[in-house]
Design a binder for this molecule. Structure first.
Ligand code: MG
Length: 385
């Protein structure tokens, strides 16, 4: 199978959208614009790696926005968009992917279907696959008070992701390093690469001005009109130790919990509930316990991954409810910290998170203190099928 890299350009300082930080770091329905853009690619299995290009003075914002998403180490932006893309391509050269999809962070509504159309065109032999949308409005040109109508028959709007054979795009960037182009298709034109047109999407909005946030939010919410519920269950055995992790909170205890990761049964049950709502399998499929790389990892990573899948599907976690089942440790003193931590990982309001606890009146394995269990339900809002 061909290897495909995504290159997300987030180095722009554009402040036309208002606010104290560039638009890609501003929240759109609870999630930074950049996070939505990256999550869209991270959730498409065909995309092998995601390279983000950010500016040196926005490293902290970029880290925060992308917490929990699998990305390569960030590449540094240049003086222009073209230079930023070039820097990202040079960083990707280490991995020599077959194809690269270059995407503007400011287009957070890109669909998995469009990403796949671009990738498929490359797989079928295209050197450059560009999403294009026909211009529908009648175009007018003003020249010193004189108006003229511009024929629109052959006019298109170019969107991203723009897909290329990696080696061809890198060569074009090196050859035309200071061409001052505003997209990569322009370099393909300069380099004489044949262009394959992919059908773009009207909803693949580019957030430029402040009012674009309102429009993007309305589109996102309009796309979220179906609600699904998933449930999850998990249990872990007590073992020697002096603390347990439950719902992302470290609790001192006379025993530890046995497990491949940090054995946080609360977050495991919740992750499974969200995966269940998506019909996306279970936690063991996404993070096999046979895989050494998940040994000892914090379970917040699993939950953040599930949340990323929801965002990539254009949806949102509306509500979740976790019940911890154990005699000890006592949960009540930690309940609010658990709610806060889950809300933080899911990037939702704490009012949408419930954590409860119960015992089994001394019966069964939780009652005998052999281990503890957790169950969870999650409600996810998704675009209509
Ligand atoms: Mg587990």
């Amino acid at each position: 199978m061909s290897s495909i890299a995504a290159l997300i350009v987030a180095a722009g300082q554009g402040q036309r959208a208002g606010g104290s930080v560039p638009k890609q770091f501003q929240p759109l329905v609870g999630e930074p614009v950049l996070r939505r853009s990256v999550a869209a690619f991270a959730a498409v299995p065909e995309i092998r790696m995601v390279q983000v290009v950010t500016s040196a003075n926005r490293m902290a914002e970029t880290e925060t926005a992308l917490g929990g998403l699998a990305c390569l180490p960030f590449a540094m932006g240049g003086a222009t968009r073209q230079h930023s893309v070039r820097n990202g391509l040079e960083a990707l050269a280490l991995y020599a992917p077959d194809f690269v999809l270059v995407h503007d962070a400011a287009r957070p509504l890109v669909s998995a279907a469009l990403i796949r159309r671009v990738a498929a065109a490359l797989d079928e032999g295209a050197a450059a696959a560009i999403p294009l949308v026909r211009v529908a409005d009648t175009l007018k040109r003003e020249d010193a008070g004189e108006w003229a109508t511009v024929p629109r028959d052959a006019l298109y709007r170019a969107q991203t992701p723009q897909g290329f054979r990696f080696a061809a795009l890198l060569a074009a960037h090196r050859e035309f390093a200071d061409a001052g182009v505003t997209d990569d298709m322009a370099l393909a034109e300069l380099a004489g690469l044949p262009i394959t047109r992919v059908v773009g999407e009207e909803t693949n909005l580019k957030i430029t001005k402040e009012e674009d946030f309102t429009l993007a939010a309305a589109l996102l919410r309009g796309m979220t009109s179906e609600f699904r519920t998933g449930q999850g269950f998990d249990a872990h055995r007590f073992t020697a130790g002096d603390h347990v992790w439950l719902c992302g909170v470290k609790i001192p205890h006379a025993a530890g919990l046995e497990g491949h990761s940090d054995a946080d049964a609360g977050l495991h049950a919740l992750t499974d509930a969200i995966l269940g709502a998506l019909g996306a399998g279970d936690i063991g499929q996404h993070f096999p316990p046979t895989d050494e790389k998940w040994r000892g990892v914090p379970s917040s990573m699993f939950l953040a991954h599930a949340a990323g899948l929801v965002a990539a599907a254009g949806g949102a976690v509306v509500h979740c409810d976790v019940t911890l089942i154990c005699e000890r440790p006592k949960i009540a003193p930690h309940r609010e910290a658990m709610r806060a931590r889950i809300a933080e990982i899911l990037r939702i309001d704490i009012a949408r998170v419930s954590v409860k606890a119960t015992t089994t009146e001394g019966m069964g394995f939780p009652g005998r203190g052999e281990g503890l269990a957790a169950q969870a339900v999650a409600t996810v809002g998704l675009p209509p099928v």
